[in-house]
Design a protein. Structure first.
Length: 528
């Protein structure tokens, strides 16, 4: 009987719990429910009472991408994390602040200057059938107009201000700057260098864009207006073919148009890290002055300061000054009987780790290794820093392809016409490697690169000319065998008079017939 009563009570208790659930708003039993409503009711039943109550009170919420845990206040549920965002600083539009930062902050100057200088440090090597004396003549032309420094400045100011231009100066074209530059009509010795102007000097691109699909500047401004620095406020209109364009950090399409087809300053995306590092360095320097705080306890010091008599307060200050003056280098301090003297040294534990973290953030933001940016030795066991330099050199190689190659592709034909009077058909160039090698490393590299070629030549698989061409091709990246086998291969320094190397002005001139050389076999005396 007892067991039956307990089972009845259990069923009654379960029935009561089911009735308690019906206290929540439910759909009328006689109303037909849709499939969606049934799924919703089923989901509500699976939830606990507290969860359903919270859902009813909070209402519908919009789903957010990313991890979130409301119970632990993580992700979107955390007010501290959810409040963080990014705002546009418009730093590129403030050239005065950029100039001040560049002049006053050694770190900002180093971030702007170092990649620009490394882009042109190793320079380039000409390729093609060009004689050595003609290459030397071109180098003298570059040195006379300081071309390497001018291109370095153009890249530097583009990184600082977001953009710059280099105007190709041609003698006699002062009144034709708004007309296209025709390379075939250039006269000898007409190249007069380049004139570098940064974005802050009043260089304004036009709204007209280049529509020729074959033009490298397709989609870019067709003209550039430069404001002259004179009292009459005159302007000069430059055709895009006479201008070498340098852009800072690339922006999305709409942002590029909003920035007048310029880029962003390199300081804009590292500004927060630069401010944090500078503030940390200044605070550490300030702590040095407070490394040892001295306290002097006086029994009635507060009462003396609160007193209205100026003479009494001044006498106390004179006593403190005298006691400080009587302090000797032997640690002797003269005090009154009721006074006490204490020192509180400051511990600098952990500051180096904090400063190290800011240095790493600064190096990562600027894409320059900390060993090169801060001039420090590699940290860690057996650390050499080679991997950091390798990554940095790859970054510089990308900059050379983006900045330097388009500039030289436009400049070399102009300089060739000015220096040689014509443009070689196969005129090309390669950038010299930035890394330097010791003589021992260079000899080892030459052995590794030439071993397989020499074996193939000895086996008769390739000819002598093919072996020389293969060695030249392998050594281009490292500056090895640049003149090996040039005479035999037929692409050597034969001078610019051979082949199709005459300018358009000389095409209609009569050509002299070459002198016939006597047959050496017929003229030679017959030996007995």
């Amino acid at each position: 009987m007892k067991r039956k009563d307990e089972s009845k009570m259990a069923r009654h208790h379960k029935k009561g719990r089911n009735n308690s659930r019906s206290a929540f708003p439910r759909t009328a039993p006689n109303t037909a429910l849709s499939a969606a409503e049934k799924r919703t009711n089923k989901k509500e039943i699976s939830l606990s009472s507290a969860a359903r109550l919270k859902l009813m009170l909070s209402g519908m919420k919009t789903a957010m991408d990313g991890f979130s845990n409301s119970a632990a206040f993580l992700g979107e549920a955390s007010p501290l994390m959810a409040s963080g965002t990014f705002h546009r600083s418009h730093l590129t539009s403030n050239p005065e602040l950029l100039t001040t930062t560049y002049r006053e902050s050694w770190l900002a100057k180093r971030i702007i200057d170092m990649p620009a200088q490394d882009c042109t440090r190793a320079w380039y090597t000409l390729r093609g059938s060009i004689a050595e004396e003609e290459t030397e003549a071109l180098r003298r032309l570059e040195a006379r107009h300081d071309l390497r420094r001018e291109l370095t400045d153009a890249i530097r100011w583009a990184r600082l201000f977001g953009g710059s231009i280099a105007l190709i100066v041609i003698r006699g074209d002062e009144d034709r700057l708004s007309e296209p530059l025709d390379t075939d009509l250039l006269l000898p010795n007409c190249f007069q260098g380049v004139l570098v102007l940064d974005r802050s000097q009043g260089v304004q691109p036009s709204l007209e864009t280049v529509q020729d699909l074959d033009d490298p500047d397709f989609g870019l401004p067709e003209y550039y207006t430069v404001a002259l620095d004179d009292s009459e406020k005159r302007t000069v209109r430059l055709h895009h073919s006479r201008v070498i364009r340098f852009v800072g950090r690339e922006l999305p399409g709409l942002e590029t148009v909003a920035e007048s087809y310029w880029g962003a300053s390199e300081l804009e995306h590292i500004w927060d890290e630069l401010i944090k590092r500078s503030a940390t360095s200044a605070n550490i320097a300030q702590l040095v002055f407070q490394a040892n705080i001295t306290t002097l306890k006086m029994a009635d010091f507060g009462e003396i300061l609160a007193a209205s008599e100026d003479q009494r307060r001044n006498s106390v200050l004179e006593v403190m000054e005298a006691e400080n003056r009587f302090r000797t280098s032997y640690g002797i301090q003269l005090l009154s009987k009721e006074d006490s003297y204490e020192t509180h040294p400051y511990a600098f534990t952990g500051l180096s780790d904090i400063y190290e973290s800011f240095m790493m953030d600064m190096a990562g933001a600027s894409e320059i290794p900390a060993t090169k940016l801060f001039g420090r030795s590699p940290q860690g066991l057996n650390a050499t820093g080679e991997s950091d330099l390798r990554n940095y050199y790859e970054f510089i190689s990308e900059m050379q392809e983006s900045y330097l190659r388009p500039a030289l592709n436009r400049l070399l034909p102009v300089m060739a016409m000015s220096c040689w009077g014509c443009v070689p058909d196969n005129l090309d160039f390669t950038f010299n490697p930035l890394s330097t090698t010791t003589p021992a490393e260079r000899a080892e590299l030459m052995d590794k690169l030439s071993a397989s070629v020499i074996e193939a030549f000895k086996a008769g698989i390739i000819s002598r000319e093919e072996a020389a061409a293969e060695l030249r091709k392998r050594g281009e990246e490292y500056g090895l065998w640049t003149k090996l086998g040039i005479a035999e291969s037929g692409s050597g320094p034969r001078g610019l008079s051979e082949g199709k190397r005459i300018s358009a002005r000389e095409e209609n001139l009569p050509q002299e017939a070459p002198e016939e050389k006597p047959n050496s076999r017929e003229d030679a005396p017959v030996s007995a």
